[in-house]
Design a protein around this ligand. Sequence first.
Ligand code: GSH
Length: 217
Amino acid sequence: MSLRLVVGPLNYSSWSVRPWLALKYSGLPFKTHTIDLFVDPEWHSKVLQFSGAGKVPVLIDDSLSVHESLAICEYVNELAPDAKLWPEDRAQRARARAISSEMLGGFPYLRGELGMNGRARTHSFRPSAEAQKEVARVSEVWSASLQSLGGPYLFGHFTIADCMYFPVVSRFRTYGVELTGDAADYCATMWEHPIVNEWEKLAADSVAIPQYDAPFV
Ligand SMILES: N[C@@H](CCC(=O)N[C@@H](CS)C(=O)NCC(=O)O)C(=O)O
């Protein structure tokens, strides 16, 4: 086994951050290969060398190439079952998969209006009514899980569901989204996780993508 995770700049590439967190948490040795999306003139052809889908992340394991963030997290879970990246209880596992899939396919306004930019901050951002509804839905999803299992992570211990929702935690900080109760506590817990702290350092060193920084200057 020789794992290489192909990612975009981790400050911005929310889909890349998700399996990066899962891999880090798994304890499996892996290398990170960053392609400077939108900055490197060859970025698109470089991504295509790893996946015909033309998007990152991609996990390379010897001759195998796995694209799609959630599929990569599933593969990591199979390689490192001891990390228990999914809850052990079947019903909880079903719910963790459901809310992870909801993240993958949903929240278009949140994703569109609150682009991920881990090191940027603004307090003047006003989300649309649609984005506000999605923020409320995220809080509801978090609260239901935290109330059911008592936290501090969505399913008690850290799982793929936390990896899938972390970019939203980061967006809420970037855009000054005010949270209360369970949602606020959950975000505080995530910001204390050592792997999240490691991501913050990498995000700080990411290449700058001017069009993604423009709303903050
Ligand atoms: N559903 C995919 C989404 C991947 C995706 O959209 N990645 C972005 C970077 S965060 C990308 O490669 N963008 C380049 C492009 O769309 O050309 C996943 O979960 O991995």
